[in-house]
Design a protein around this ligand. Structure first.
Ligand code: ZN
Ligand code: ZN
Length: 108
């Protein structure tokens, strides 16, 4: 993956925008039950960034759940179009996982 200095993305309706600096720490498919429910498919794809390299513009709504590992997960989504935006996990408090990595990597 080329080193990406700054990338921006957004939700479907455009009400939420986000910007990341630098390359993700990891990009991975997650097949846990919650990601299957959240994405409506066999997995969801996430790109993890240090929290200080993730900037959000616009309102989000959140819900919390307990992961299969017992950690508390907060998922944020657009209140208008319901696009998943990012997740936080108290097992990795210094990181944010973008739930729309293609919108970052493909300059959507
Ligand atoms: Zn939206
Ligand atoms: Zn998952």
């Amino acid at each position: 993956m080329p080193d990406i200095d700054q990338q921006e993305g957004g939700c479907i309706c455009g009400g939420v925008r986000y910007r990341v600096t630098g390359s993700p720490v990891i990009v991975a498919h997650c097949h846990c039950r919650d990601c299957q429910r959240g994405g409506g498919g066999g997995h969801s794809t996430g790109a993890m960034f240090p929290v200080d390299r993730f900037r959000l513009t616009g309102p989000v709504r959140q819900y919390q759940l307990v992961s299969s590992q017992g950690t508390r997960v907060t998922r944020s989504f657009c209140p208008t179009c319901a696009s998943p935006i990012f997740g936080r996990n108290d097992g990795a408090p210094d990181h944010v996982t973008s739930k729309r990595p293609v919108s970052l990597l493909c300059r959507a």
